[in-house]
Design a protein around this ligand. Structure first.
Ligand code: ADP
Ligand code: MG
Length: 323
C-alpha cells in the first residue's frame, strides 16, 4: 500500500487517506467511520467511561519518532486512563493534524494503532483529519464499566494500602539516557494495564494511572480523597537498569517524579492483600505494596530506609514547566 501511494502521481486526498488507513468495519458499534457521527449502543446497566489525550510533535515526541510507536502510544495513553477507572475499552475516535499525507508514515502509524486496538477489542469509529504545521494526535476513548464500581480518585480511605503495578522510572530513564536500550520500550510503547484495571473492580478503592510521576499522580488521589500518604522509597519497584546507573539522584528522580510509565497506582483495604497477590500471580504482573493512606494533609511523604522524609521534585506542568 505504501508503495502504491508513493508510485501514484496524485497526492493522497483527505478522503483516500481516511478510507485507506482508518476505515475499518466495526462489529460492536452500530455505525463507524464514514458518516457524520458514529452510533454506539452501550450495554444496559453499564456506565460509559470517556477520556481524551493528545500527543503533540515537539512537546511529546520529535518529528523523527517512529510512527508505529506513535500509533501505539497515542492509543495506549488513552486506554491507560480507562484502565485506571476500571473500564473495559470499546471505542476510539482519532483526530489527526498532519503536515503532509505521507503514505509510509500513515501505514506505520495505523499499524501501531490497530495492533494495540485489536488486542483489546477497541473499534476506531470516527475522527477528523486536517493539515497542520506539526503532527498532532488526539484520541477520544470510550469504555464500559458496570454501574457503581468505577475507581474514583476520591475513594481512598485512611488505612488503605497503596499499590503500584510493574516498575516505575523506566520511561523517564529512557528519556534521559536514550542509549539504555532496556528501557526504551517503556517510553515509546507503554503497555496500558487494561486487564489489571478491570480485575481491580471491587478490590481496589481509588486508582490512577501514572503518567506524570508517582508523587504527583498519587498527590491527585490525595487531593481528591482529602487524605495523606506515607510511601516507603525502597519498596518502590524499579528497573534494574536504573540501579545500574549508580546515580542515586537520577534514580530517585525517575522513580518518584518520572512520567510516562503508565502503570497503575491504587489503594485497597488491607483485607484485600491476599486477593491482590493472587491477581498479581494470575496476571503475571508485579503488584507491589509501597505505602499507606493516612489521615492528614493531602501530601505524599516519601520515607528513606531510616523512615526520614525524602525530598522529591514535583511533577511536570505544561504551563508552569519544571517547578
Ligand atoms: P465531517 O466533515 O462530517 O466531520 P469528515 O469529512 O471530517 O466528516 O470525516 C469523514 C468520516 O471519516 C467521518 O465519519 C469521520 O469520523 C471519519 N474520520 C475522519 N478522520 C478520521 C481518522 N483520522 N480516523 C478515523 N476516522 C476518521
Ligand atoms: Mg470532520
Amino acid at each position: 500500500m505504501a508503495l502504491l501511494a508513493m508510485d501514484s502521481p496524485a497526492p493522497l486526498s483527505e478522503f483516500d487517506l481516511i478510507r485507506r488507513y482508518f476505515d475499518r468495519a466495526p462489529n460492536r458499534a452500530l455505525l463507524g467511520v464514514g458518516d457524520d457521527c458514529a452510533l454506539i449502543r452501550p450495554n444496559a446497566g453499564l456506565e460509559l467511561a470517556v477520556t481524551t489525550d493528545m500527543l503533540v510533535e515537539g512537546r511529546h515526541f520529535t518529528a523523527e519518532a517512529a510512527p508505529r510507536s506513535l500509533g501505539h502510544k497515542a492509543l495506549a495513553v488513552n486506554l491507560s486512563d480507562l484502565a485506571a477507572m476500571g473500564a473495559a475499552p470499546r471505542w476510539a475516535l482519532l483526530a489527526l493534524g498532519l503536515p503532509r499525507a505521507d503514505a509510509q508514515w500513515l501505514e506505520a502509524f495505523a499499524g501501531g494503532f490497530f495492533a494495540l486496538a485489536e488486542r483489546f477489542g477497541v473499534e476506531l469509529i470516527g475522527g477528523d483529519t486536517t493539515r497542520a504545521d506539526r503532527i498532532t494526535i488526539s484520541i477520544v476513548a470510550l469504555g464500559e464499566v458496570p454501574a457503581g464500581v468505577a475507581m474514583y480518585r476520591s475513594a481512598a480511605k485512611a488505612g488503605d494500602d497503596i499499590w503500584v503495578s510493574g516498575e516505575l522510572g523506566g520511561a523517564a530513564l529512557a528519556l534521559r539516557r536514550p542509549e539504555i536500550k532496556d528501557v526504551a520500550k517503556r517510553l515509546h510503547e507503554p503497555e496500558p494495564r487494561v486487564e489489571l484495571g478491570e480485575r481491580l473492580r471491587g478490590l481496589a478503592r481509588a486508582a490512577i494511572d501514572i503518567s506524570d510521576g508517582l508523587a504527583g499522580d498519587l498527590g491527585h488521589v490525595l487531593e481528591r480523597s482529602q487524605m495523606g500518604a506515607s510511601v516507603d522509597y525502597e519498596s518502590i519497584p524499579r528497573p534494574a537498569a536504573l540501579r545500574a546507573t549508580a546515580d542515586v539522584e537520577l534514580e530517585r528522580d525517575c522513580v518518584l517524579s518520572g512520567g510516562d510509565d503508565y502503570e497503575l497506582a491504587f489503594t485497597a483495604a488491607p483485607k484485600r492483600r491476599a486477593a491482590i497477590e493472587a491477581l498479581s500471580a494470575e496476571l503475571g504482573l508485579a503488584l507491589t505494596r509501597i505505602g499507606t493512606i493516612e489521615p492528614g494533609e493531602p501530601k505524599v511523604v516519601v520515607r528513606d530506609r531510616r523512615g526520614e522524609p525524602m525530598p522529591y521534585r514535583a511533577s511536570y506542568d505544561h504551563f508552569r514547566g519544571r517547578p
